[in-house]
Every structure is written in structure tokens, then in C-alpha cells.
Design a protein around this ligand. Structure first.
Ligand code: ADP
Length: 241
């Protein structure tokens, strides 16, 4: 399902965080929101998730206007830094969480939930860690469990806020490749926030470069790299993290 963002504006205490954002996020693609700290990436992602209300503008998922829809009714999966794994639940319980809180009419029975959890554990290649608690997992493993949890309800849209931010370079590279493969297999629509230009260029189908609450460029990675649309994009891509 594609996403249409129409003239979205948002200010905090009179200071604009997003200034009339217009953007189409194509169905089935991986889109990166790339920009320096404070450019509005997370605010835009939170508005897509329904965790933040825009001051102006509309959000559409496919043909449906979801602007006034509560986060619970948007049916998006998200992996946000502030929504870490539940510490008192083991891996399987964490993954099952989204299914167990579905409205009764849609909630699978216990056996179906167990089956789905096992499928997801296989997908993230952590079958053997079914009963572990988050404290017993590495950073990369935790992040894979968070992804499996987000995908448990088969969302058509997946939102990721700096999904690999806290991980070391090697694990990051592995997880990137893994997410890319998963995406190519399952064809959901993803939007992920990063301030790392290499990550955006390597992983995405479309890069949205943001600066001061505005969009500087929207293009496939290669075009952004070869033909930066502004001095800002040129300088930002040239920066080494
Ligand atoms: P990024 O994700 O690109 O780092 P953010 O979307 O987090 O940028 O922030 C954009 C701007 O909005 C920043 O100036 C930030 O300080 C401000 N901002 C974001 N969230 C809040 C909030 N809840 N209250 C006040 N200011 C906020």
C-alpha cells in the first residue's frame, strides 16, 4: 500500500518542525528519510504512525484518509527506539504481543498464535531463542525480535526509526542485508529514518533528503549520489559519519 503525504505541517511551541511536506511513498518500496539531527524525520515518521497529530495536511494509506485515525487502527508495524522489547516477556511472548491485543473478532486462537510466532522466529533465524528474555540477547538479536514483533500482524506498512542506530558496524551491515532480503521477499511498504547516508543509499529504493523541516530531494539512491539537487544535499552526502 502506498502512502500519500499532503501538505503536512507541524510546529512545536511556534517553531516549525515540518513545513508543508508533500511526498508520495511508493507501494512495496523501501523509502529512507535521510537528514541531519533536527530536520524533522522522526516527527514525520511519528505522524505516519499516528503517534503525533499534524497541525495541517492529510495522510493517505492507499486511497484511505487515515489522518484522524488512532495509532491502533492504522495497522502499521513500527520499530521505534522508545518502544523497546518488553523486559518481562520472553522472545516468543514479545513477538506474540501484537496478536494477543487484536480485537477479539480478529484475534487468532492460541495454536494459531504459536504457529505465527514460530514462523516469525524462523524468519529472523532465532528459533533457538524462543524462551530467552531481552536481557539475554545481543543488540542485533533484540533488533530482529523487534522487527518480528512489528511484523506479527502482517502490516502492509512498516515504519522504522533508526533501526540499526545503536549497533556496531558489522552487525549493522548484516541486519541491513537481512532487512533488504526480507523486503524483497515480502514486498511490504517501509519507511525508515536514518542520519547515515551510507545506510540510506545502500538499503533504500527511494531517498528523501530532509533539512529544517523541508524536503531537499526525493530520488533513487544513485540519482541522489550522482546528481545532488542542492548544495545542502551535496555537502550532506559528502560528510563522513
Ligand atoms: P530528526 O528526527 O530529524 O532528528 P525531529 O523530528 O526529532 O528531527 O525534530 C524536528 C524538530 O522538532 C527539532 O527542532 C526538535 O527539537 C523538534 N521537536 C520534535 N519533537 C518535539 C517535541 N515533542 N516537543 C518539542 N519539540 C520537538
Amino acid at each position: 500500500m502506498g502512502i500519500t503525504i499532503e501538505r503536512i505541517g507541524k510546529s512545536f511551541r511556534g517553531l516549525p518542525a515540518l513545513d508543508n511536506i508533500e511526498l508520495a511513498i511508493p507501494d512495496g518500496e523501501l523509502t529512507a528519510l535521510l537528514g541531519p539531527s533536527g530536520s524533522g524525520k522522526t516527527t514525520l515518521l511519528r505522524i505516519l504512525a499516528g503517534l503525533e497529530t499534524p497541525d495541517t495536511g492529510r495522510i493517505r494509506f492507499g486511497e484511505t484518509d487515515v489522518t484522524d485515525r488512532h495509532v491502533r487502527d492504522r495497522r502499521v508495524g513500527f520499530v521505534f527506539q522508545h518502544y523497546a522489547l518488553f523486559r518481562h516477556m520472553n522472545v516468543a511472548e514479545n513477538i506474540a504481543f501484537g496478536l494477543s491485543v487484536l480485537p477479539r473478532a480478529e484475534r487468532p486462537d492460541r495454536a494459531a498464535i504459536d504457529r505465527r510466532v514460530n514462523e516469525l522466529l524462523e524468519m529472523i533465524q532465532l528459533e533457538s531463542l524462543h524462551d530467552r528474555y531481552p536481557a539475554q540477547l545481543s543488540g542485533g538479536q533484540k533488533q530482529r525480535v523487534a522487527l518480528a514483533r512489528a511484523m506479527a500482524v502482517k502490516p502492509e506498512i512498516l515504519l522504522l526509526d533508526e533501526p540499526f542506530g545503536a549497533l556496531d558496524a558489522k552487525v549493522r551491515k548484516e541486519l541491513r542485508r537481512w532487512l533488504r532480503n526480507l523486503h524483497d521477499e515480502l514486498h511490504f511498504t517501509s519507511v525508515f529514518v536514518t542520519h547515515d547516508q551510507e545506510e540510506a543509499l545502500e538499503l533504500s529504493d527511494q531517498v528523501v533528503v530532509m533539512n529544517h523541516g523541508r524536503i531537499e530531494q526525493v530520488d533513487p539512491p544513485q540519482t541522489v549520489y550522482e546528481r545532488p539537487a542542492s548544495r545542502f544535499v551535496f555537502d550532506f552526502l559528502g560528510r563522513v559519519n
